[in-house]
Write a protein that binds this ligand. Structure first.
Ligand SMILES: [Zn+2]
Length: 292
């Protein structure tokens, strides 16, 4: 029984350690399900799916297992088992977490996400609290440790600031409102920051950010600058016809400098129209690079 519990409680500790194979499999499954680009950051994949990290689910299941054991009748095998597990969990603070008895690993995992737990007390654990505390810590790390001009900063701070809190975390409506994956591909790319523009293409080739300038502006008498999501949506003359085709998407933001347009508000408009705009812009750029 302890062997069965061990994989459940492992992974609930801090996330400075590399992801385990089950966590990588979980991310690969979600990424393919949502048709996200291969280089999508793990936190973005989870947020687009509205899923907590897998280790949050493990901790929730571990709490349920613990509760079933400590509420078993006095003298029963489950009760004797958990009492023995709690007893051997004492005085192992100097042992590496992965080598501790499973009850000590559970305590370590709960403390790592800010919850108080003492195995010998035989108290029940709130499964919801365990999962939410883990997700809260995950989101705090994502938003606090993300440098400027990264895909994560773009997604969590500019596009979806609401999902940095537990109340706002969840699958974004566009995933279900634009069900055909090929129809939402352009929108997905602009939202996640992994778009067709020079900012992202230069990131993949290691080009310094200041050199990731728009290749279209010089020939179109455009202002130039780094070809990021804002440049594509609000600045570049390459997409002038697309802006005129969906004027209602830009009406609210007319007169605002591109850097001041709240991307979160822009992307909360009609998802079908946003997806159509993004698809048209994506095709325009590809045709411009490779004229038919
Ligand atoms: Zn341009």
């Amino acid at each position: 029984m302890a062997a069965a519990a061990r994989p459940v409680v492992s992974g609930g500790a801090g996330r400075s350690t590399p992801l385990s194979e089950p966590e990588l499999q979980h991310l690969r499954f979600l990424r393919r399900l949502l048709a996200l680009p291969r280089s999508t950051p793990a936190a973005t994949i989870l947020a687009e799916a509205g899923q907590p990290p897998l280790h949050a689910r493990w901790l929730r299941q571990a709490a349920r297992l613990w509760n079933s054991l400590v509420t078993a009748p006095e003298g029963s095998m489950p009760r004797l088992f958990v009492q023995a597990a709690a007893a051997v969990a004492v005085d192992c603070a100097d042992v590496p977490p992965q080598r501790q008895p499973w009850a000590a690993q559970l305590a370590h995992s709960l403390r790592a996400v800010g919850l108080t737990f003492e195995p010998l007390h035989m108290d029940k654990i709130s499964p919801d609290s365990a999962q939410q505390a883990t997700l809260r810590l995950h989101l705090a790390r994502v938003t606090q440790e993300t440098p400027a001009h990264t895909r994560l900063r773009h997604y969590f701070c500019d596009v979806r600031p609401e999902c940095c809190s537990l109340d706002g975390y969840g699958r974004p409506p566009y995933v279900t409102e634009v069900r055909e994956r090929r129809c939402r591909r352009g929108l997905t790319e602009l939202r996640t920051g992994m778009h067709w523009g020079a900012e992202e293409q230069g990131r993949r080739t290691g080009t310094p950010r200041e050199q990731r300038v728009c290749p279209h502006c010089p020939a179109l008498d455009g202002p130039g600058g780094i070809e990021d999501t804002r440049h594509i949506l609000f600045v570049c003359p390459l997409y002038a016809a697309e802006r005129e085709r969906w004027p209602e998407l830009f009406h609210e933001f007319l007169g605002l400098p591109p850097a001041s347009v709240p991307l979160s508000a822009f992307f909360q408009q009609s998802n079908t129209e946003l997806a159509a705009l993004a698809a048209a812009c994506r095709k325009k750029a590809r045709d411009a690079v490779s004229p038919q």
